[in-house]
Design a protein around this ligand. Structure first.
Ligand SMILES: [Zn+2]
Length: 563
């Protein structure tokens, strides 16, 4: 009895809201798409104590008390459940100190930017750049192939330089970096990796997939890493995101995220996938951490790699690459190793999220999940195992996703970025099973959608546009204005679900997010137009007017400088 009284007292002190209390924040003057089947459309919502407490056609006078803030959008906004990105990389997006190479139009420009950085910074430390894509360069530069280190080494002879490709699956090193990585003419690439050699037998400086592991990690201090996380998170909030599935984090990153959340600095929810590596077994022993700091941080997933990326021909295919018949790609893990890792995750209660892009990689991941699920009597599928990207799927494997309870976590902008060259890699037949959202959807699958930022933009409306049009930003595609394999498009309602309910489902959070109804999280995205009806050409540039996480405004376009 005394305990009960104490609990009641503590609840009272914590200020827990009672039914009938006025709201903290009321949003009105907008079209509200709730995704609640009981009330799909509304005109006003009320938020209190981190929850939605009212949804109605108009403001209910009972919502409004002396301390209630009411925001009237005057008919000029559309409110949707807070948008999620089901696969991104926060620290890389924020990347304090890295040279951004994503907009470079030639290798010459890359070298110039790195040379500038070397001359404007002191010390002998690493210079790190990211985001180059040889597909954006003139074809006569390296005959359409990959860059080599010679110009880079001439421009920066005395400091190590590491330049990672846009997909994170290949990098160019200058001579100083190769020395530090111990790479010479006779160095053997580790399994699942490649050290590219020139006609003279010397390494060209290009490393692919597992060979990147030879490079000593350019150190980032805790302060730098925290600043990168925060900058990435702020960019996401500005883009309208309320949450991100961070696809590969270290225990140190988890600590920093928790510390940011504890200090009320983290402007979005993070569903973290732990990276595979020496620290993983220890983290598994510690077990999942769910809904820390008011639901801002959850750690109950693990990221594993079964292959590389299509652009650098690391994606592992069942048959040779159509434009390079000598290779089928670079598998990163054998079947038994993958099975063992998936089993270890499942036994510890973690959701395995396996990066697989080629059809052979996807099959290996499906096989591992099937083996472990059988061994555990159906326990694995309850953890909702995921395949990250699932870009190329053999037709025989399509139905396995639904049947075996495996989620395909996909990124619509990968399709529109890759469409100029994907068919060359895959040939006319295989490409039909690539980025096959509609085929998966028709099989009954839910599709957690994301961007893989910074590989693509973090802006969810860009992904939404790609999902519903299969067109590039300028409205074109290799198949003309109708879009690239337009039969694989999603509807706008499906795309919205992909960035809300389905993304939440992919994180076991569909009871909290994805829907605006009483009792749900007060996570809201306010757009300056209706994503369900506006002209498709306007989708990418729909302004994000406001982002709200747990009732707290994390982005307001009227006050862009407020933190
Ligand atoms: Zn990724």
């Amino acid at each position: 009895m005394r305990l009960l009284a104490l609990c009641l007292l503590l609840l009272g002190l914590a200020g827990v809201a009672r039914a009938g209390d006025p709201a903290d924040l009321v949003l009105t003057g907008a079209v509200v798409h709730t995704q609640d089947p009981a009330r799909p459309k509304a005109g006003a919502i009320a938020l209190r104590g981190g929850e939605v407490v009212g949804v109605a056609a108009e403001v209910d006078p009972a919502w409004v008390g002396p301390d209630t803030r009411t925001i009237d959008f005057r008919g000029d906004a559309v409110i949707v459940p807070g948008l999620w990105d089901a696969h991104g990389h926060l620290a890389s997006l924020g990347a304090i100190g890295e040279v951004d190479l994503a907009t470079t139009k030639s290798w010459r420009e890359v070298v110039e930017r790195i040379h500038d950085r070397a001359t404007t910074t002191s010390g002998g430390g690493w210079i790190v750049g990211r985001g180059w894509d040889q597909n954006d360069w003139p074809v006569d530069e390296f005959s359409g192939g990959f860059p080599t280190h010679a110009d880079l080494t001439r421009a920066v002879p005395d400091r190590p330089v590491l330049l990672t490709r846009i997909d994170g699956h290949a990098a160019v090193l200058n001579a100083a970096a190769m020395r530090l990585a111990g790479i010479g003419p006779d160095t053997k690439a580790p399994e699942g990796g490649a050290i590219v050699h020139g006609p003279d037998g010397a390494p060209t400086g290009l490393l692919v997939d597992a060979a990147l592991g030879l490079v000593p990690e350019p150190g980032q201090t805790d302060d730098e890493l925290e600043a990168s996380l925060l900058e990435g998170a702020r960019r996401c909030a500005r883009a309208g995101l309320v949450g991100v599935h961070d696809a590969g984090v270290s225990p140190r990153t988890v600590e920093l995220l928790e510390s940011l959340a504890e200090r009320d600095l983290l402007p979005l929810r993070v569903y973290a996938m732990l990276s595979d590596g020496p620290s993983l077994p220890g983290s598994l022993v510690d077990g999942p951490k769910v809904d820390l700091h008011g639901g801002l941080v959850t750690v109950r997933a693990v990221k594993l790699f079964v292959d590389g990326a299509l652009g650098s021909r690391g994606a592992w295919l069942l048959a040779p690459y159509s434009d390079q018949p000598s290779t089928r790609g670079l598998p990163q893990l054998g079947q038994r190793d993958l099975d063992a890792k998936v089993l270890a995750c499942a036994l510890a209660g973690f959701q395995p999220c396996v990066h697989a892009i080629g059809d052979a990689g996807v099959r290996r991941a499906l096989d591992a999940f099937a083996t472990v699920d059988r061994a555990l009597g159906g326990k694995l599928r309850k953890l909702r195992p995921r395949i990250e990207h699932a870009q190329v799927i053999a037709s025989a494997d399509l139905a396995r996703f639904m049947r075996e309870g495996v989620l395909a976590s996909m990124q619509p902008t990968h399709a529109t970025s890759d469409m100029p060259w994907a068919e060359a890699r895959l040939g006319p037949e295989r490409v039909r099973g690539a980025y096959a959202w509609r085929a998966l959807r028709d099989g009954g699958n839910v599709l957690p959608l994301g961007s893989d930022f910074p590989v693509e933009s973090e802006r969810p409306m860009w992904g939404f546009h790609a999902a519903v049009t299969r067109l590039a930003a300028d409205g074109t595609s290799p198949h003309g204005e109708g879009g690239w394999f337009p039969d694989q498009r999603l509807t706008r309602e499906e795309a919205l679900q992909g960035f809300t309910t389905w993304a939440c489902y992919g994180a076991h959070q569909e009871q909290q997010g994805g829907v605006l109804a009483p009792g749900r999280c007060a996570d809201v995205t306010v757009l300056g137009g209706d994503l369900l009806t506006v002209d498709a050409a306007k989708l990418r540039d729909l302004p994000v007017r406001m982002t709200i996480v747990g009732g707290r405004i994390t982005w307001d376009s009227d006050e862009p400088d407020r933190r």
